[in-house]
Design a protein around this ligand. Sequence first.
Ligand code: FUB
Length: 449
Amino acid sequence: MINFRQILKVKTMLMVTIGSVSFAQNPLIRDQFTADPSARVFGDRVYVFPSHDILATEGKGRKDWFCMEDYHVFSSANLTDWTDHGMIVEQNKVPWVKPNSYSMWAPDCIERNGKYYFYFPSVPKDTINFKRGFTVGVAIANKPEGPYVPESEPIKGVRGIDPNVFIDKDGQAYLYWSGGNIFVAKLKENMVELDSEVKTLENLPEKGLKEGPYMFERNGIYYLTYPHVENKIERLEYATANNPLGPFKVAGVIMDESPTGCWTNHHSIIEFKKEWYLFYHHNDLSPQFDKARSIRADYLHFNPDGSIQKVIPTLRGVGITKATDQIQIDRYSELSKEVSISFLDNQNSFKGWKSTFNQAGGWIQYNAVDFGQKKLKSVVVKALSEKGGVLQIRTKGINQQIIAEVIIPKNSNWTEIKSPLLKTQSGVQNLFVTSKNDNQIEVDWIKFE
Ligand code: FUB
């Protein structure tokens, strides 16, 4: 029986683990590494179930390889303010997972009849039967944020990684996974047992690794989407069919290879409040090591014939930024060549980025800032300039009326400088920030008061 002290302990644990962050930009999570995002709409919120990359250290994981010991779940009602609900499953508390194998790879989660089924791959204790390799298990909860209770055994008949579950309109559930190829089997109503033979999906590209399947249906078209190594690293591709088992026909590329060489990509696609989104990952917070990744989101659009338009990755991402929040303009929509972006602290990327204006006329455009109906009166800029400089802020366009001119005093320390707004703003506006002279100015953030 649970006593009052235990309830208090659980409540305290919840208070410690739940954290709120406000980033309407990419990457979405900035206080830990996150990868392989499985986004799901449950009720009126988006929940993201990512892998949780950590860095291997002596005696913990394998050096220079993926290292994951647990999973967190994050949620948001507006794709701007994200809540970290804390850890939901950890390797050493799953009965079938090999202890300290640090192999809690890409998961997925789905709701059925009010229960939430969290699917995750890992290395089983029974490595004799499985030789070297992964299998897939399930943990079940009554709420998307948990608590999740892991099943004592993995799903029988599954060898591989990257589980993805799809429930068709007729109620039939399918489990997809990968292991070189992409496989599918029907799931029983209980969601924890296969209900058919395992089928290898055919007619997909023969050469090059395929993994990370994600299935969805729109207007009667079944989209099988997957990362594939067509050249040297993964890009996101898709194939279509008129049913969940295929045969599929290769249809195109959703996102090209990472321009900076992040070897993996892994994604999910959702419709939320009448917009479609692609969730994917990139090694934003770890440019030198691409197995410490960060999740991102960008808009996804369809052509009238149902084909998917290629998604160009952005730093601005999705979601509206409140004018009163610290606006990280280094997550720009566009910028001129006179402006550069770098980490605030090269020893600790979790501190984020800064924008450096190097020359007169250099500019940054940052879209979708909500001024609301409030009569905001001033702008605050956190800046640093050894020689001093001037920033001009506009909303209607790069050559339009100036709404604030901020004089940055000579200072070798970061300073918050406040200037009056020359014109009040309302509604959602795009911001344009320009440097007026050649003196170098570094900017951490801008906000309105
Ligand atoms: O995160 C580990 C593995 O990297 C995933 O399972 C793959 O999809 C790739 O993203």
